[in-house]
Design a protein around this ligand. Structure first.
Ligand code: SF4
Ligand code: SF4
Length: 141
């Protein structure tokens, strides 16, 4: 499963077309809308997490671009939801950079975001879904 957070910009000429629905129907992709805004001049901006087979993902993005949608990759960061973390240590086994490590003797799991390469390996490894990928280079309107 390939997944990326994308920023889609629709001109007012195409903003009402159901282009994103085609990603599901024709490219077998799934999406999760993180933010949707229509600007005063009627342009639309959609921030979504798009997931699916890597080849389908590429073809789906090409389809959007062919339809006139401006597609931009959101820069991403990995965050930990401290309330969800139970310090089980599962993520430390997959983290290649040491950003997640066990602090002894307390046996708590420390997350040092400065060491994180955003490889995303910890996201599926965490049983409580405490590790999340978040976009960083856009603002919510
Ligand atoms: S796998 Fe999840 S719950 Fe376990 S220590 Fe890591 S972030 Fe916390
Ligand atoms: S995204 Fe990768 S580098 Fe960052 S904490 Fe998770 S496993 Fe470690």
């Amino acid at each position: 499963m390939y997944s990326k957070i994308l920023i889609l910009r629709f001109s007012k000429e195409i903003v009402h077309k159901p282009l994103v629905c085609a990603l599901v129907k024709d490219y077998d992709l799934t999406f999760n809308i993180l933010n949707a805004t229509v600007l005063p001049r009627k342009e639309g901006i959609l921030v979504l997490e798009l997931s699916g087979d890597r080849k389908n993902f590429r073809q789906g993005v090409k389809y959007l671009k062919d339809q006139g949608v401006k597609v931009q990759n959101a820069e991403q960061e990995v965050k930990r939801d401290e309330k969800k973390c139970v310090h089980c240590g599962a993520c430390t086994a997959v983290c290649p950079t040491g950003a997640l490590c066990i602090q002894r003797p307390e046996m708590t799991v420390i997350f040092d975001q400065k060491k994180c390469s955003v490889c995303e390996l910890c996201v599926p490894a965490c049983p409580t879904r405490a590790m999340k990928v978040r976009p960083t280079n856009y603002v919510f309107f």
